[in-house]
Design a protein around this ligand. Structure first.
Ligand SMILES: CC(C)(COP(=O)([O-])OP(=O)([O-])OC[C@H]1O[C@@H](n2cnc3c(N)ncnc32)[C@H](O)[C@@H]1OP(=O)([O-])[O-])[C@@H](O)C(=O)NCCC(=O)NCCSC(=O)C[C@@](C)(O)CC(=O)[O-]
Ligand SMILES: NC(=O)C1=CN([C@@H]2O[C@H](COP(=O)(O)OP(=O)(O)OC[C@H]3O[C@@H](n4cnc5c(N)ncnc54)[C@H](OP(=O)(O)O)[C@@H]3O)[C@@H](O)[C@H]2O)C=CC1
Length: 427
């Protein structure tokens, strides 16, 4: 059966055992034995590989990968692996996606796969003149950039555009050249950095100035991913719930103190998929927050409105420089296995799914905040962590967590006392 015939609506997925869930995911994504074994292996990164990925390696840190169900993106069902240490993040995506599944799920788009590299030129007395001199060399610049990466050009990528800006700084005017490069299925940092470094001597010779920095910009506003979805009021608990959520959005839109938390919630989902696929979480996070401040004040990455028929419509637009090749994406076997689960064949497809997850995550948090409060759902799941921290093992974990939730006291001191009481009762 092809993937598109399978459904991501898997009610009760969270009640299965870990092995049963992996079997369901393997069947959905048609995973081969090696990929299944990779996902099932405890501590699934080899020390030798780790030692070559970064420096001074002494150990590895395993983070759980949960799979979000109920996601339908552009008419296709998809299971989404999410690597996170935080409880209730995955559950929230499943729950949010469930509530818009029947109204079509998520519709997505991308602006392209363009990255920007910056070349900083200082020490020119005539910055306007220097700017034009650089722009006059556009064809030569294109050729220099494309010569850096013939493979990328062969794949349909390479130099696309040139911008030269004059930036007023404390140290006087700087002439900043932007190389706009299509990096296709790579995030592209190394690719565009090489181009910027190669071009720098030419810029100096054309202008008589001095180049210092030659590096990509993490404000990847030529690489936007967008997602939208509609939740009928009756599917989310009625108009009062919808209006509470709209008010939550207005709060985030107006107030940077709230917007930071609102966007952190979005990044709970975004960063989890970015990490699971071996991409650079810091690059995506820096870009997202810079984009949220693009209007001169920090605001929400999402927008929420009421449609003519009274439904809640949400949308997100976020820079998503992620790749299927480059960085750790190809070398980390678990990241590769996660990409197989997703079944994506281009970086743009991956970015679209991540944008949808960000929107779902925001829906889940806003709905909880505008109704029961975050503690009910989040702390109920976090209670397991508190129970483990208090020393619970095996079946004790679920039993102790249930007691903490029942008492509405998900606290370490209460957990320790209750665990002692449980054990004394059992003895
Ligand atoms: C936690 C829920 C989902 C419970 O929500 P609920 O309505 O009690 O859930 P339910 O038991 O009725 O189940 C409904 C569906 O939710 C999913 N679901 C339910 N439980 C699980 C589970 N254990 N594992 C996986 N999926 C789960 C699952 O899809 C299930 O359908 P089913 O499969 O049964 O047909 C809800 O309360 C929620 O979405 N809360 C929001 C949680 C959240 O946002 N967490 C992020 C951490 S807090 C934070 O860092 C960000 C924040 C909040 O500050 C951002 C902001 O301020 O904007
Ligand atoms: N500020 C930041 O965000 C910075 C981030 N980084 C890091 O850079 C890394 C990402 O850089 P990136 O340039 O993506 O990685 P790589 O340089 O590892 O990989 C990109 C290369 O892969 C090759 N390639 C093969 N198939 C494709 C394809 N389908 N599409 C595009 N390229 C393809 C290309 O050419 P070829 O085969 O010729 O190599 C391309 O140049 C991340 O690890 C990131 O953490 C680094 C510096 C700064």
């Amino acid at each position: 059966m092809s993937i598109s015939n399978l459904t991501s609506r898997i009610p009760g997925f969270h009640r299965m055992s870990t092995a049963e869930r992996l079997e369901a995911v393997a069947a959905f994504s048609d995973l081969d034995e090696t990929t299944r074994a990779q996902l099932a292996a405890p501590g699934n990164i080899d020390t030798h590989l780790a030692d070559h990925m970064i420096e001074n390696v002494v150990a590895t840190l395993s983070i759980p990968i949960g799979v979000a169900t109920n996601m339908r993106v552009d008419g296709k069902d998809v299971l989404v692996p999410m690597a996170t240490e935080e409880s209730s993040v995955v559950a929230a995506v499943c729950n949010s996606a469930r509530q818009c599944y029947d109204s079509g799920g998520f519709i997505t788009s991308v602006s392209g796969t363009l990255m920007i590299a910056q070349v900083q030129l200082v020490g020119v007395t005539d910055p306007e003149n220097a700017r034009l001199r650089i722009l006059e060399h556009r064809d030569e610049i294109a050729a220099i950039c494309d010569r850096c990466d013939p493979m990328l050009v062969q794949l349909g990528g390479g130099f696309r555009d040139l911008e030269v800006r004059i930036v007023d700084s404390r140290g006087g005017p700087m002439v900043v050249t932007h190389l706009i490069v299509d990096t296709r299925d790579a995030m592209g940092a190394n690719t565009v950095n090489t181009m910027a470094e190669t071009l720098a001597p030419s810029i100096e010779s054309w202008t008589g100035g001095k180049v210092f920095l030659r590096i990509l910009s993490n404000l990847a506003d030529r690489r936007l991913a967008r997602a939208r979805a509609t939740w009928p009021a009756e599917a989310i608990g009625g108009e009062a719930v919808r209006d509470g959520m709209i008010s939550a959005y207005h709060f985030a839109e107006a107030d940077p103190y709230r917007a930071a938390t609102h966007n952190k919630g979005i990044m709970n989902g975004v960063s989890a998929v970015v990490l699971a696929t071996g991409n650079d979480t810091r690059a995506v996070e820096a870009g997202a927050h810079a984009y949220a401040a693009r209007k001169g004040r920090y605001t929400s990455l999402t927008s929420w409105e009421v449609t003519a028929d009274g439904s809640l419509a949400g949308s997100i637009e976020i820079p998503l420089p992620v790749g299927l090749v480059g960085g750790a994406t190809k070398i980390h076997p678990t990241a590769r296995a996660c990409l197989k689960i997703l079944g994506v064949s281009t970086a743009a497809e991956l970015a679209r799914i991540i944008a949808a997850v960000g929107l779902a995550q925001n829906f889940g948090a806003m709905k909880a905040l505008a109704t029961t409060g975050i503690q009910k759902g989040h702390m109920a799941l976090h209670a397991n962590n508190v129970a483990i921290a208090a020393g619970a093992v095996g079946d004790e974990v679920a039993m102790l967590a249930a007691i903490l939730v029942e008492r509405r006291q998900v606290r370490q001191d209460v957990a320790t006392a209750e665990l002692e009481r449980m054990r004394a009762g059992a003895a």
